[in-house]
Design a protein. Structure first.
Length: 412
């Protein structure tokens, strides 16, 4: 069988994989340390006399750990001080690289949906990058306003901002990109909290301690507020980053409201664990509330089944090049015969409710617009169809490869 050349599409695919994998690794490290320290802080015994704000004994891995927390700082600077910051920075940086590789370089396929808003690639990329920066500026201004003294009101206002951004993204980008960008918007706030507020405040305290000055407790209070926000935002961000696998969420007409409900689920779940760690008991009603919200999400997703699509709107300049090639008719026939029973407006495969990952391949316009995905999933590899259940043979796969390479010449 013919070997696959290392063309631009294959190279880009592996770069995306490397970026995603690194992003997941660093995110696990960040989330793990964040959740641990929140649980530790809430569970400290603060009734023990002494200079510390609280302490705790823990057992793990066959050993015992005695942990003490100082509200401001100890009297003398410890010789060894571990900073928890690189996990956050690396998570955001690798996430941003993934955003560039998938959504900016693949803007015509994943970022722009002409049926939502017909944008040029440069316009979509500018909105994508600009929205992340604006999000932090607005959030930081709210936190530094008098609202920072009323955390509950601040959280409610932050939720309103997130709902507004959720709706706004769906008016600009494809459904898949909208939910992903809402996750990136929130994650940017979280990582900027660490980079611009939490760590700088801790450095001020350390500098004061080294200089023999008594550190101001306000810096710890400010950092604690931002850390609490990060704690409650983590779970929704994880959902939004994984949402591209679930078209019933991102391809729904109510995707923006589904995303808003996801933030509420994050609050109810974290409230249960935070209360438990602070020895406030098991608030089982929070799980009932989470379940009710999830049922509402399922109901919302059922209100907008796929409808007829505007063929002309799908024909971006890139798609037009693939559709104009002399081999396109043959490839379109192959895809319609072997793929559209699952990737179509009307699903013909038992057990499927909607097209996997929201990819539709039941028209020439859709096939042309998904040329690179078809090439990678069915031409270069045998990922599709799963188990080759529809009998896509070697000649069909060769035809797909030849068509894609003839149009692109091995470029991205």
């Amino acid at each position: 069988m013919e070997g696959a050349a290392l063309d631009g599409a294959i190279l880009l695919h592996w770069l995306e994989f490397a970026a995603r994998w690194t992003h997941v690794i660093t995110a696990i490290a960040w989330i793990g340390s964040s959740f641990y320290f929140i649980a530790l802080d809430l569970g400290l015994n603060r009734n023990i006399p002494g200079p510390a704000d609280g302490e705790e004994w823990q057992v793990h891995g066959g050993g015992f750990y005695h942990i003490q927390k100082y509200l401001v700082a100890p009297k003398a600077m410890p010789e060894h001080l571990t900073w928890f910051k690189w996990e956050s920075y690396a998570t955001w940086l690798t996430g941003f690289v993934t955003l560039i590789l998938v959504y900016w370089l693949g803007a015509e396929l994943y970022l722009i949906d002409p049926r939502v808003l017909d944008l040029a690639v440069w316009q979509a990329v500018l909105i994508s990058a600009g929205s992340l920066a604006v999000g932090w500026i607005v959030y930081d201004a709210l936190c530094k306003s008098p609202l920072g003294e009323t955390p509950t009101v601040l959280m409610l206002l932050l939720f309103a901002v997130l709902v507004a951004m959720s709706w706004g993204y769906t008016q600009v980008f494809s459904g898949r990109a909208a939910l992903l960008h809402l996750g990136a918007f929130t994650a940017t706030i979280m990582s900027a909290n660490v980079f611009l507020i939490i760590i700088p405040n801790q450095k001020i305290v350390v500098a004061d301690l080294k200089a023999g000055r008594k550190p101001d407790a306000k810096y710890g209070k400010i950092a604690k507020l931002r850390s609490t926000h990060n704690n409650y935002l983590t779970l929704p961000v994880i959902f939004l980053m994984l949402s591209n696998h679930y078209p019933l969420a991102f391809a729904s007409h109510w995707n923006w409201l589904i995303a808003a409900f996801v933030f509420l689920m994050g609050v109810t779940i974290r409230h249960f664990f935070n209360t438990m760690h602070s020895k406030g008991g098991m608030l089982w009603w929070t799980w009932a509330a989470t379940g009710a919200i999830f049922v509402a999400i399922i109901w919302l997703s059922s209100l907008s089944l796929p409808g007829e699509e505007d063929e002309a709107a799908l024909m971006t300049p890139a798609a037009e090049r693939f559709a104009a090639h002399e081999d396109f008719e043959e490839v379109a026939s192959i895809v319609l015969g072997r793929c559209s029973m699952c990737h179509g407006q009307y699903i013909g495969w038992p057990g499927l409710v909607t097209a996997p990952r929201g990819v539709l391949l039941d028209s020439e316009a859709e096939i042309a617009s998904h040329a690179r995905a078809i090439y990678l999933q069915a031409g270069v590899t045998r990922a599709m169809p799963p188990g080759n259940v529809t009998g896509l043979d070697d000649a069909d796969r060769a035809a797909i490869r030849a068509w894609y390479r003839a149009v692109t010449g091995g470029a991205l």
